[in-house]
Design a protein around this ligand. Structure first.
Ligand SMILES: [Zn+2]
Ligand SMILES: [Zn+2]
Length: 167
């Protein structure tokens, strides 16, 4: 994803990019395409890019160990300045753009940001029931008998009697 910024006049410009993860060199768990929306604010001294990246990742659920595709979003701001004073800037978000550069290549920043944006917690859904600790079945798709058997039917009858006596 490259911006030939010299072709744009100063001012606000909305830019849209789409690229396959493999063309961006993004490794697993990234899948499909990255859609990038950037608002470029160009002035005589700098270019500010306010971006939103939408992407998908193929995860394994922490609870039930099933594969699932997660659609994710991340926002970031990149600042490119024409002042050579920033040539040695330690701040990754502010980068010096040499006067002979006519193109901003977003890929290095974008791939780095996306890798860092991957969530640590990966659940196929917030209410994923996970695996039964007794028999190991996926409780999202199957019922198991472990919880039914945890209270013996004989005890159920005794509990009913106890309830009656208490009343
Ligand atoms: Zn799950
Ligand atoms: Zn079970």
């Amino acid at each position: 994803m490259k911006i030939k910024y010299t072709t744009y006049p100063d001012g606000i410009h909305d830019l849209v990019f789409t690229e396959k993860v493999k063309d961006l060199g993004l490794p697993e768990p990234f899948v499909g395409e990255v859609k990038l929306n950037c608002r470029m604010d160009k002035s005589s001294s700098q270019i500010v890019l306010t971006c939103d990246a939408a992407y998908s990742a193929d995860f394994i659920c922490d609870r039930c160990t099933e594969n699932f595709i997660s659609d994710l979003n991340t926002n970031f701001i990149l600042v490119k300045v024409f002042d050579p004073e920033f040539a040695d800037s330690e701040d990754n978000a502010i980068e010096y753009l040499p006067s002979d550069a006519i193109v901003i290549d977003l890929d290095p920043d974008l791939t780095e940001i996306l890798k860092l944006s991957l969530p640590m917690k990966r659940l196929c859904s917030d209410d994923c029931k996970g695996l039964c600790s007794g028999c190991g079945v996926n409780l999202n798709s199957e019922k198991c008998k472990c919880s039914d058997e945890s209270v013996d039917p004989v005890w159920n009858e005794l509990l009913k009697i106890k309830d009656k006596l208490n009343n």
